[in-house]
Every structure is written in C-alpha cells, then in structure tokens.
Write a protein that binds this ligand. Sequence first.
Ligand code: LLP
Length: 417
Amino acid sequence: MHHFTYRAGELYAEDLSVQSLATEYGTPLYVYSTATFKRHFQAFDSAFADLPHLTCFSVKANSNLCILRLLSEQGAGMDIVSGGELFRALSAGVPAQKIVYSGVGKRPGEIAEALLADILMFNVESLEELRRINDIALDLGKTARISLRINPDVDPLTHPYISTGLKQNKFGLDIEQSLEAYQLASTLPCIEPVGIDCHIGSQLTNIEPFLEALRRIKDFLAQLKTIGVKIRFLDLGGGLGITYDQEDPPHPKVFGQTLVRELQGMDLTLILEPGRVIAGNTGILVTEVVYTKSTKSKEFVIVDAAMNDLIRPALYQSFHRIDEVRPRQRPAKKVDVVGPICESSDFLARDRELPEVRSGELLAVFSAGAYGFTMSSQYNSRPRAAEILVDGTNVVLARKRETYNDLVALERQCLKK
Ligand code: LLP
C-alpha cells in the first residue's frame, strides 16, 4: 500500500497535488512519500517481532540522506556495500553498531574506515578478504566482527542480473568450503566470527528459495557447532519482491512469520537487509511529455525522463506502471514511452496501452523508489533529477536538481599553452 492516490481527477502524493509539485520543482522529479516509508518499514520490521532481530535497510536501494535519517528514526540499521554508503549512513546519524557491510570488493581504505567506525560486522565474501580484514585490524589495534557470506547454490527464480546465490555467481563462499573458512576465521587473531550471512537475489516473488537457502544454512550451522564455532547473528539478506505489474510476492507479514517459524528455538539474532520491499513503492518519477510522434509502425511518447534517470526498463526489461498525473479520459493507444537519450534502449515502457497524451502533460512512473535515483547517471550530459520528500502537506527538497555547472564541476579544460 502506498500514498499516491487519485483525488478529484488528479494524482496526489499524500496531501499534495503532483501537478503542483512538478510546477514548483520541475521535471523529471522523484517524489517520495514519508508515510509510505514508515508504513513499509513497520510492516516489515514488525513481522519479525517474535525474534531478536535488526532490520538493516539496504542503502543501495535509496541512499538519499533524508530517507536514511527517516528510516533510522524508525529504528532501522543499514546494510552498506561501500565506503561511500558508510559515509552516508553515518552522516544520516545511523549508529555504527547497526551497520553491516557486504560486498565482494571491499578495498583496504574502506575496511579501515568501517573498523574505525566500529560497525556491527563485515559480511566477508572470500578468504583473501578475510585475511586482509585481519591484517588491517591488526594494524589498527582492532578486532573485526565478521560473518561469512555463504553461497547456498539456490535458484532465486528472478532476473539473471539480480540472482546472487547460485554457484556461478561471484558472491559469497561455496558452502562446501565454508567450514574450513570458519576454522581459519577462528584462528586469525583480530577476527571474531559472530555470524553467518546469505543473500540469494533480488525481486524474489516466491518464498520457497528463501526457505531452501535457510534449510541449507541450518544444516551448515549444525556442522559449525561440531567444530566449536558459536555464532550470534544469522543474516538472511534482502530480496523480497514487490508488485510492479502482476507479480504476487508474499506479504512481508507472511514472509516474516514463515521465517520466524523456521527459526524458533535458535539462539540467534536475525538480521535482514531489505531494500526494494521498503523503498520500491514509496516513490514515483514525474515526467513531462515533450513530443508525440507517429511512424508507420509505432507511436512514440517522448518524455523528459530517460534511461539516465531510471535505468531499470533498459537494463532488466522491467515493467513500471505509467499513468497520467491528470487523467483526461482520451482513448487509449499502444505506445512506446521513450526518453531523449541517443540509444534505442532508452525507453520507460514499450507497447504500452496509454490514453492519448499531449506535449506539456505529465506522466507518473510508479514503483521508482528503489534502484531509481541511486542508479541514475549524467549520460548525455543530463543533470540528475531533483528528489523531494512529501509528508502530509509538507515537502522538503531532499536533493536539488543538478545544474550544468554541476556537470563540469570536477573537470578542467586541458588547454595547450
Ligand atoms: N543485501 C545484499 C547483500 C544485496 O546485494 C542486496 C541487493 C540487498 C541486500 C537488497 O536487496 P533487495 O531487498 O532490494 O532485493 N538494481 C537491481 C537490484 C539489485 C540488487 C542488488 N543487491 C534492480 O533495480 O532491480
């Protein structure tokens, strides 16, 4: 459930007219809803209330400081994958003890920053990384709390680009090698193995792969006991999907209750790393129609948002619902909604039934709150869009629209003398 609804024939973000917001802030414009963020976080987090747990929002899904602060105030921790995300989380006031750090390529400087901040734990993805964390911790006089990320070899039944728990993926350690890895971890002087971690993929709409991974982890935990390694945290990653179109993922409540049932009696604190399920439906991308054009074979609606603003349709062929901000009841046509970028992959929708729209009118692209702005770029020298956060009748400019000067701010002209 989200708070983007039609009232008296026009789209509202909570209690504010989207048309008026676009007039004030311009387009393309990311609009987020505070009430939706709170609702999604509470729905997810409360589903695990029967177990000691920490819900760490996956910063990569939406890393705006206003959003991180909002979620942190709701009690969220953060799942980070870079020094930049650590910086964002700390800047937004997230306690370091609620931060977990995943990712296959943590660089020495990033590891040092996380050790100095004293984060809760590193999710370690290779033996080389384990040794490196130990060495850096030794230099800094610290002990690193770690989990090993286990690759359980389970098919998450999602888009191949966002599958992470299969043997051929670059993530985690093979489950067969992991016992040895824990043995090594417990002998390294500056490493404290405190947890076990897995994340099998994103936009999962079926609960079975989660359960299969959990079964494999539970079997593995029994083996861990036999070598005397006792851990406190079980991190099950993120991955729960949302409805973009016709998908029917389990409700977070059902998801939570099912996992909690499987984990009864285990003396562990559960960590979860949801991104999309919290943020996906909290945001829309508002865009203005620039032109329409008919060719012999196609009708195009050319809008001012492009693949640099929202790359998901181009990259994963993903579906985002698109509707008029002020529906005008004109007859529907099958159209491609495309941006101004010079690539044929620059589309937001293909062969989509949409009422006829005209230049100057606004469209809303739904489910743009996760992996929308965070994956945006300046390709074709397009300044990145503004982001605003609505709360009832209030609004804050969460990120200013970039300017042409921002495009070149870090560059210099190498003129010959
Ligand atoms: N934890 C780890 C270690 C991850 O790699 C990810 C996502 C998450 C948590 C959060 O997953 P979520 O709950 O959001 O599914 N750009 C793609 C999604 C990439 C996901 C990468 N990892 C998209 O737009 O669909």
